[in-house]
Design a protein around this ligand. Structure first.
Ligand SMILES: [Zn+2]
Length: 527
């Protein structure tokens, strides 16, 4: 009996131990597989100057220019990838010291979760206290970090993720922060070396300055590329990477998608182009093997510039390029559905774009935009500039040569170039163009007059009048040459994306992302 009782007790004890062991190990296993061990992949897409109007104009344009099948069915909207993400929120964008924000203050809010003043890069309004960004917090946690943009790498929006300085204009200082950041991947535009003021760059041409930057990047442990071949050859073996687009515009940004597609000038051949989507894919290829995952910010930076210029077609092509980059992340998320978060938003609206124009009433004709084959900057620097050179002294009125240029680039006819009435300009429209032509040719538009400021902003009078007319004929109109305070949509999908539902301040975007990533942003410990 004694022996037997002992056996029973032992058996009971063994079962209990086994049960406890199983329970504990099961709990540990559950915890590790759900959260702590598997890597987290975070994509943060920022369309600079992009709000609902820009997104929806693009969707209307895509539907209007789609192949016959879609048009025949009366489809008026063709969804972008970003607007198809399952979670939708809306953010307000005001800065600390101004209702209508700018990219530095809005970027600081989106990157660090804190309000600051116009022009300040990731610091509090006092400009002495730095704010920690999502990218820095991710790096400190052991994640890999990528910063991708279509504008220069030292521009306000990318800068708020790695630099801390009182002014976005401190390009050289921002560049220093970049080189010392220890981030894994910088890609897209170049550096504003024309603004570098220190002795190391004195007396050098911009090209020579780039050589100095490249050698300093290498000294700081970066692989530095600025050709298509080098870019294609990049692999995770390289370690830290700075990949600059082979061709850059005068502001060291990637040339406009519209110019790249139709451009025929030297160095602008297709094989030299690297799209925002390709830069995003390369970031994934270089960082995906990280044990702790990655954080990648991708900015469509020139949507804003095209909107400042009131050039809808150019902005739309930038949005399409940006949306294709979002598509790359969505494809990646399908392979890693449990641990990928994608957030897409804008930093503010730009241009006060409206879908509708007084002169069109209830009508729209977005297909008209497809007539434009060149962005405002290349129109100004190429056909318009060439025209000015061969027409000296300048004619008093628009001559046949200029009417031909206008027709070729915008399909607007002020000179009976075609027999059809469809593309004819009205007398009033011709009057607007003649006025703008005078000011463009004689260089009299310096915003001195209120009328000029309202008609053209800081743009070339003729160029902006041409895009205004074409945009209005399509049913789009602009109310400003600056940013506006329109709330901006936030699209999200993936891991804990439901947090982004609702209507909130732009600082909340960074705070929500920080919560998902389990990091702290802003002025840590001192709210
Ligand atoms: Zn802007």
């Amino acid at each position: 009996m004694k022996i037997r009782s002992c056996h029973i007790k032992f058996a009971f004890f063994a079962v209990a131990i086994g049960f406890i062991f199983t329970f504990v190990s099961c709990a540990i296993h559950q915890k590790s597989s759900a959260n702590t061990k598997s890597p987290l992949y975070v994509f943060f897409f920022i369309g600079d100057g992009m709000a609902s109007a820009q997104i929806h104009a693009t969707e209307a344009y895509l539907a209007a220019t789609a192949e016959d099948e879609a048009k025949a069915e009366g489809i008026k909207v063709s969804r972008l990838t970003m607007s198809g993400l399952p979670v939708l929120g809306m953010q307000t964008s005001n800065a600390n010291n101004r209702f209508i924000t700018g990219s530095a203050a809005a970027g600081t809010a989106l990157a660090c979760g804190e309000k600051t003043n116009i022009g300040v890069i990731a610091m509090r309004p006092d400009t002495t206290t730095p704010s920690t960004s999502l990218a820095e917090a991710a790096k400190a946690k052991g994640m890999k970090v990528g910063i991708v943009t279509s504008v220069s790498l030292d521009h306000a929006t990318p800068a708020v993720f790695y630099a801390h300085t009182e002014s976005r204009k401190n390009y050289e200082k921002i560049g220093e922060f970049l080189l010392k950041s220890n981030f894994d991947y910088f890609a897209g535009g170049g550096f504003r070396v024309d603004k570098y003021k220190s002795d190391a760059y004195a007396g050098l041409t911009n090209e020579e300055r780039y050589t100095v930057v490249a050698s300093r990047a290498k000294a700081n442990g970066f692989t530095y590329t600025d050709t298509r071949t080098e870019f294609d050859a990049l692999s995770e073996k390289q370690g830290h990477v700075i990949a600059i687009h082979p061709t850059l515009d005068v502001y060291d940004a990637i040339p406009y998608a519209l110019n790249r597609r139709t451009g025929d000038t030297a160095g602008k051949t297709d094989e030299n182009f690297i799209t925002l989507a390709e830069f995003t894919q390369k970031g994934i290829d270089l960082m995906e093997k990280s044990d702790n995952g990655f954080f990648m910010m991708v900015e469509g930076g020139k949507i804003d510039w095209a909107c400042h210029a009131n050039d809808a077609r150019t902005a739309i092509e930038e949005i399409i390029a940006f949306d294709e980059a979002v598509g790359v992340a969505v494809d990646f998320a399908k392979e890693h559905p449990e641990r990928t978060l994608i957030v897409v938003t804008g930093d503010h609206e730009c241009g006060g774009l409206a879908l509708g124009f007084a002169g069109m009433g209830y009508e729209t004709d977005f297909e008209k935009l497809s007539a434009q084959t060149i962005a405002y900057d290349d129109f100004f620097s190429q056909p318009l500039s060439a025209y000015k050179k061969r027409n000296t002294p300048a004619p008093d009125d628009i001559n046949a040569d200029m009417w031909q240029i206008i027709f070729e680039n915008y399909k607007m006819d002020g000179h009976r170039i075609t027999a059809t009435k469809e593309d004819d300009l009205t007398e009033y429209e011709i009057e607007l163009l003649e006025d703008a032509f005078d000011k463009s040719i004689t260089g009299t538009n310096k915003n001195a007059e209120e009328k000029n400021a309202l008609l053209y902003g800081r743009n070339d009078p003729l160029t902006v009048t041409l895009t205004h007319l074409l945009n209005r004929k399509s049913g789009l109109s602009w109310t400003s040459f600056s940013h506006t305070a329109m709330p901006v949509p936030v699209f999200a999908m993936g891991y804990r994306s439901e947090l982004f539902d609702g209507y909130y301040d732009n600082t909340e975007v960074a705070r929500k992302m920080a919560e998902v990533m389990n990091v702290s942003v802003g002025r840590i410990g001192k709210p």
